[in-house]
Design a protein around this ligand. Structure first.
Ligand SMILES: Cc1cc2nc3c(=O)[nH]c(=O)nc-3n(C[C@H](O)[C@H](O)[C@H](O)COP(=O)(O)O)c2cc1C
Length: 220
């Protein structure tokens, strides 16, 4: 699956099969995680076979089921943009996982933070986790706000690369599907800003990754 298809096909999946992730794919994910950590200073980690982290009362009612594997999005508290950076690099892993035939779901609330097996070094904190595995389904397309509420540039005035980026941003996962971000075009450069509220900085990083990987242009 190419990256365009992966961005389009990715939806949150909350129910997983027992199928293990093959060793070769685990190695590929770990290689990508290592390079993301080197580039970003984050401490992203793939945790396999740990059902306890998603063993919550809510999940006994079937919200999530059979989540055995997850990526811990963690890093130094001292990073001023820890949440945004976690969102950006986490989404890079999410899209790569989708390309490899896996499913994912970003999770900041409905898991047991205290049970998470992530290794935290001194001065590090856990931002959130990403459930990963072979889904029982492929999830479904989220409802999106209208383009005019997310971007100040009228669609017929958008350069092609910018329009592709905006469409990819609209497909990005955001906490509670809140889509509290805004995209503008300043001096030929895309500028994406976050609205106020919980998790909007994680969302910002996710949205920026989707925009950049599809438009081929860096944004600010
Ligand atoms: C930062 C973040 C945190 C999230 N936390 C949770 C969560 O705690 N529980 C949950 O069921 N879904 C969670 N989600 C998934 C969102 O509800 C989902 O991404 C959104 O509804 C859009 O749907 P989609 O991912 O299928 O496009 C989270 C998503 C993001 C980006």
């Amino acid at each position: 699956m190419d990256v365009r298809e992966a961005v389009r096909a990715r939806h949150s999946v909350r129910k997983y099969k027992d199928t293990p992730i093959p060793d070769g794919l685990v190695d590929e994910l770990n290689t990508l995680i290592r390079s993301c950590n080197e580039e970003s200073g984050l401490h992203l980690q793939l945790i396999l076979d740990d059902p306890e982290c998603f063993n919550t009362l809510l999940n006994h009612y079937g919200w999530f089921s059979n989540v055995r594997h997850y990526i811990a999005v963690a890093g130094p508290k001292a990073l001023p943009d820890l949440e945004e950076r976690g969102g950006y690099y986490g989404q890079k892993l999410v899209i790569a996982a989708q390309q490899a035939g896996l499913n994912t779901c970003w999770v900041a609330g409905t898991y047991k933070k205290g049970k998470c097996k992530a290794e935290l070094r001194e001065g590090e904190e856990l931002v959130c986790v990403i459930a990963i595995g072979y889904g029982e389904n492929e999830g479904k397309k989220h409802k999106s706000k209208a383009l005019s509420r997310l971007c100040s540039v009228p669609e017929d005035e958008m350069p092609g690369w910018f329009r592709n980026g905006v469409k990819a941003a609209m497909m990005a996962p955001t906490a509670m599907n809140q889509q509290k971000f805004h995209i503008s075009l300043e001096d030929g450069e895309a500028v994406i800003t976050a609205g106020k509220g919980p998790m909007t900085l994680i969302d910002l990083g996710i949205v920026k990754y989707n925009f950049e990987v599809i438009s081929g242009h860096r944004c600010r």
